[in-house]
Design a protein. Structure first.
Lengths: 592, 191
C-alpha cells in the first residue's frame, strides 16, 4: 500500500474538483459558502477549468446552465442554503436538460457548524426530479462526480451531488485518474428544449417523467447501489457519511449501500429487505430513504430510534441502537468535574468591524444583521445585532420593521452587512427601501474580500478567483444610482468619524448609506502602518470600556482585575487607545 | 496496528498543518488514513479539533469517545475540553500554553487552575512540554505546530522515524523547510 503518484490524500471538496477535472469539466462557478467553498478554489487550481466566483448562487447556477448549453461540461457548487437562492434556475434546468454534462453540488451542514439551519437538500432532488448522488468519502466524491457528468449526458439531465460537512471536510486516500477529453457539443438553437414557454414546458414535463423511469432502472443496476452481504440478522440501508459511521458500529452486518439515492432503486430495496431479519435505515437528518422504504410496505427501524436533529456519529448510532449491537459502548475515561469555559469564535484583532459595533451599541441602535464575519457582532460583549435571517436580509428586515413600527423606531434603526453580501442580494433590498420610502441607515462593511469563508475574491477585491486583475465595483455610485442621496464613506478605525456620521445619518429624513471601508486585517496584501499601542497599568481604573471592544488581545488580569494587553495577539489597531478614558492605553504618534 | 489521534487547539495555532503532515506520514507508512475537522467559523479564534485515524481499514473519520489513543493539545484548556475522547490509559501530550477565551479575558469566567495536575488525574500518561517556548527560541512561534508534531512522532512506533522529515520536505514550502526540520527535531528531543 505504498504511496505512489496516482494516489493522494484529499478532502471531499478537493476530490469533487479532481473528479470534475478528470471528467473533462471546463467551466465552474459558485458563491462561497461553508462547507462548499473549497470546491471552486480547487477547481481554480486546474488550468483546464475556467473557474469563477459569482456574486450569488443564482447567477452562478444560471451561468453554468449557459455554459452547459454552450457545450462545456460544467459544475456549480453551493452550501445547502445557497441552493435556496439558486432554486429557480435549478428547477428549470431539470426540465430543459443539458447539452454538455452538468453537475450541481449541494454541501449540506447537518449539525449547523456554520449555518442558520440544517435543511436536508435531498428533497430538492425529489422536488426538482433531478437524479442525485450521495458520496460517503473522498474516493466516492471523486468517482461520483465523474459518474454524475456521464449520467448527465446519457440521460440529458442535470445531476445533484449531495455532500455534507463531514464528507466535504474529511480527508481520505483517493486513487487518481487521467482527464478525459470531452466531445465537442455545439450549441444548437432548439427552442422546444431551451425556452420554457408554457407550451414547451408542458411537453418537457412529460419527458422528465419518462427520463426518471429510465434513471430509476439505472439506479437498480448502478455500481454505487450495492448489497454487501454479511450477517443477515441485521440489515442496514445507509448512504453518505452515515454509512461510514454505521460500518464502525455494525462491522459484520449486511448492508444495502446507496450512492444514487434519487430516483430510489426500489427493486433492490425489496430484494435486500427479504434477505435480512431486522432492517435498519441509518441516515442523517430527515427520513428520506426511510420514507421510500416504508412506502414499499417494508417495516424498518429508523427515525423512531435515531435523531432527526444534528449530525450522526458512531457514538450516537451505537447509543440509539444499543440492544442490536453485539459489542458494548467503549469504556470512557473518568473526567474530574471542572468548569471549562467555552471558546466561541471572535472578531480577530485588528478587525475593521469591531469599532462599528462599539458605536452601534453606544448609540443603542436596533440593528438588523446579515451573514458574514460580522454576524459575530451578535455575541457578547458586542450584543449589537438583533436579527439575522439570511444573506441580504438586513436591509429589507429594517424596511419591514420601520413599516410596522413607524415613528417609534425612526432614528434608531440600522441595517449592517458586508460588501459581498450587499452585492449578493442586499442591493435589491436597498432599491426596495428607496422606492418604498424607508429611512433607516444601511452600513456596508467593505473589507474588500469575502472573509468568513476564508478570503474569496469578489468584485470589491480587484481580483478574480484565478488571480487576474478585475474592475472594482464603485459602491458609492451604486448606492447613488439606487436613489440614495446621502452616501457617506468612513474609516471604521476613526471612531469619532463613525459616531458623528452615524448620528447625522440617523437624523436624516431619507434613507442613507454609510460605507465603512478598510481591508480585512488578515489580507496578505494589506500592510497598514503600525503605531505601537501600550498600556500604563497604573492608570487603569478598571472601568471596563476596553473590554466592550471584544478584542482577544485585551485581557483582564486574573489577580488585580486591571486590563493587560496580550502582546502576542495585539496588532496595534489602536481602537482600545481611542476608547480608553483614563488614558492608560495609548498609541504612539509615530510609525514604528 | 493503528492509532486514533485527536489534535486540539485554538484557531490560528496551526493544528491544520500538523494534522495534514501526520496524515500524510501515516499514508506514506502504508496505512489507510482518515481525517476530519470543521472549517468556517471555528477559524476565528475558536476551539479547533482534528481527528486523525490510521490503521488497516478506516471507515468513519470521527474518533469515538473512549477510543482516542493520543490527545495532542496545542493549549491546556483545550486539552481539558477534549479529554472525554481519551481511552482509559490514553496518552496526553500538551503544550504548556494558556490562551484566554473571550469569556475569561472579559472577566466573566475563570481559566481553570492547575490543568497539568488535573490532566494527571485523568491519565497516568501526561507529558506537558514548553513547545511554545521552544518555537520562540527557534525565532518563529508559528513553528509551534511542527515542534508538537515532533513530540507526537516520538510516540508513534508505527511510522518509521525517517518518514517525518521526508514528508516535511515534501509538504512545507522551501523557504520554511530548514526552520520546520529544526522545529521537528526539537520536538522529537523534547518528548
Amino acid at each position: 500500500m505504498k504511496q505512489s503518484s496516482n494516489r493522494a490524500f484529499l478532502s471531499g471538496n478537493a476530490a469533487v474538483a479532481r473528479g470534475a477535472w478528470e471528467a473533462g469539466v471546463r467551466f465552474a462557478a459558485a458563491y462561497p459558502g461553508t462547507p462548499s467553498t473549497e470546491i471552486l478554489e480547487y477547481c481554480g487550481t486546474y488550468s483546464e477549468i475556467d473557474a469563477q466566483w459569482a456574486v450569488n448562487e443564482k447567477t452562478a447556477m444560471e451561468t453554468v446552465i449557459g455554459a452547459c448549453y454552450g457545450g462545456a461540461r460544467s459544475l456549480c457548487a453551493q452550501k445547502h442554503v445557497g441552493l435556496n437562492v439558486a432554486a429557480d434556475p435549478f428547477f428549470t434546468v431539470g426540465y430543459t436538460g443539458v447539452n454538455a454534462g452538468l453537475v450541481i453540488v449541494s454541501a449540506d451542514d447537518p449539525g449547523m457548524h456554520s449555518s442558520q439551519n440544517e435543511q436536508d437538500n435531498r428533497y430538492y432532488a425529489m422536488m426538482a426530479k433531478i437524479p442525485m448522488f450521495e458520496p460517503a468519502n473522498s474516493q466516492e466524491a471523486k468517482d461520483m462526480t465523474r459518474a454524475a457528468i456521464k449520467l448527465s449526458e446519457e440521460y440529458d439531465t442535470p445531476v445533484l451531488l449531495r455532500m455534507t460537512t463531514r464528507t466535504s471536510h474529511s480527508e481520505g486516500i483517493v486513487s487518481l485518474g487521467e482527464r478525459e477529453t470531452a466531445p465537442e457539443r455545439e450549441f444548437v438553437r432548439d427552442m422546444a428544449k431551451y425556452c420554457v414557454l408554457p407550451n414547451n414546458a408542458r411537453r418537457l414535463h412529460v419527458k422528465v417523467e419518462e427520463r426518471l423511469k429510465k434513471v430509476a432502472e439505472f439506479a437498480g443496476n448502478c455500481e454505487f447501489n450495492r448489497i454487501e452481504t454479511g450477517d443477515t440478522r441485521i440489515g442496514i440501508i445507509s448512504s453518505g457519511i452515515s454509512y461510514s459511521h454505521a460500518r464502525e458500529v455494525f462491522p459484520k452486518a449486511s448492508y444495502l449501500k446507496l450512492g444514487l439515492t434519487f430516483p430510489m432503486p426500489t427493486e433492490l430495496i425489496k430484494k435486500f429487505a427479504e434477505t435480512v431479519e431486522t432492517l435498519i435505515v441509518i441516515e442523517e437528518n430527515e427520513p428520506f430513504i426511510e420514507t421510500a422504504v416504508r412506502v414499499l410496505g417494508i417495516k424498518c427501524i429508523g427515525k423512531d430510534r435515531l435523531p432527526v436533529c444534528g449530525e450522526l456519529n458512531p457514538d450516537i448510532i451505537h447509543e440509539a441502537l444499543k440492544d442490536l449491537v453485539d459489542k458494548p459502548m467503549p469504556q470512557l475515561t473518568k473526567i474530574p468535574d471542572v468548569e471549562i469555559p467555552v471558546r466561541p469564535p471572535v472578531l480577530c484583532p485588528g478587525c475593521p468591524h469591531r469599532g462599528i459595533f462599539f458605536i452601534l451599541r453606544k448609540l443603542d441602535c436596533t440593528v438588523t444583521g446579515d451573514i458574514g464575519c460580522y454576524s459575530l457582532g451578535a455575541f457578547p460583549p458586542h450584543n449589537a445585532i438583533h436579527t439575522i435571517v439570511c444573506m441580504g436580509a438586513s436591509i429589507t428586515n429594517s424596511l419591514g420593521i420601520e413599516k410596522a413600527m413607524k415613528e417609534k423606531i425612526h432614528g434608531k434603526l440600522v441595517a449592517v452587512l458586508g460588501e459581498s453580501t450587499f452585492m449578493h442580494s442586499g442591493i435589491s433590498g436597498l432599491i426596495d427601501t428607496v422606492y418604498n420610502k424607508g429611512r433607516h441607515v444601511t452600513i456596508i462593511l467593505d473589507n474588500s474580500i469575502t472573509a468568513m469563508t476564508g478570503h474569496q475574491e469578489n468584485p470589491a477585491s480587484g481580483r478574480t478567483l484565478k488571480g487576474e486583475p478585475a474592475k472594482v465595483l464603485d459602491f458609492e455610485a451604486i448606492c447613488h444610482a439606487c436613489g440614495v442621496t446621502n452616501v457617506h464613506t468612513v474609516d471604521p478605525f476613526d471612531l469619532k468619524a463613525v459616531e458623528s456620521t452615524l448620528k447625522t445619518a440617523l437624523a436624516d429624513s431619507e434613507p442613507s448609506v454609510i460605507i465603512a471601508r478598510r481591508p480585512c486585517f488578515l489580507l496578505k496584501s494589506y500592510k497598514p502602518k503600525v503605531q505601537l499601542v501600550s498600556i500604563n497599568r497604573d492608570k487603569c481604573v478598571k472601568c471596563g470600556i476596553c473590554w466592550k471592544l471584544g478584542c482577544p488581545a485585551i485581557e483582564v488580569n486574573q489577580q488585580d482585575g486591571k486590563t493587560q494587553i496580550n502582546t502576542a495577539l495585539c496588532v496595534h489597531c489602536g481602537l482600545c487607545a481611542a476608547v480608553c478614558r483614563p488614558g492608560a492605553i495609548t498609541q504612539a504618534k509615530e510609525e514604528a | 496496528m493503528g492509532k486514533n489521534i485527536l489534535l486540539c487547539g485554538v484557531g490560528g495555532q496551526g493544528t491544520l498543518l500538523a494534522s495534514n503532515l501526520l496524515a500524510e506520514c501515516a499514508m506514506e507508512a502504508g496505512f489507510d488514513v482518515k481525517k476530519s475537522e470543521i472549517h468556517g467559523m471555528a477559524q476565528r479564534g475558536g476551539s479547533v479539533v482534528s481527528h486523525v485515524r490510521f490503521g488497516e481499514r478506516i471507515c468513519s473519520p470521527i474518533i469515538r469517545k473512549g477510543e482516542c489513543d493520543i490527545l495532542l493539545a496545542f493549549e491546556e484548556l483545550e486539552a481539558l475540553r477534549w479529554t472525554e475522547y481519551l481511552k482509559p490509559g490514553g496518552l496526553v501530550l500538551s503544550n504548556a500554553q494558556n490562551i484566554l477565551p473571550m469569556s475569561v479575558s472579559a472577566g466573566n469566567a475563570r481559566y481553570p487552575q492547575n490543568i497539568t495536575e488535573t490532566l494527571a488525574r485523568i491519565s497516568a500518561e501526561v507529558t506537558s512540554v514548553d513547545a511554545i517556548g521552544k518555537a520562540r527560541e527557534l525565532g518563529n512561534q508559528k513553528c509551534l505546530n511542527v515542534v508538537l508534531l515532533g513530540v507526537l512522532a516520538r510516540r508513534i512506533d508505527e511510522i518509521k522515524p525517517e518518514i517525518w522529515p521526508e514528508m516535511i520536505r515534501k509538504m512545507v514550502p522551501q523557504r520554511l523547510q530548514e526552520l520546520n526540520l529544526k522545529a521537528f527535531k526539537t520536538g522529537w528531543e523534547l518528548a
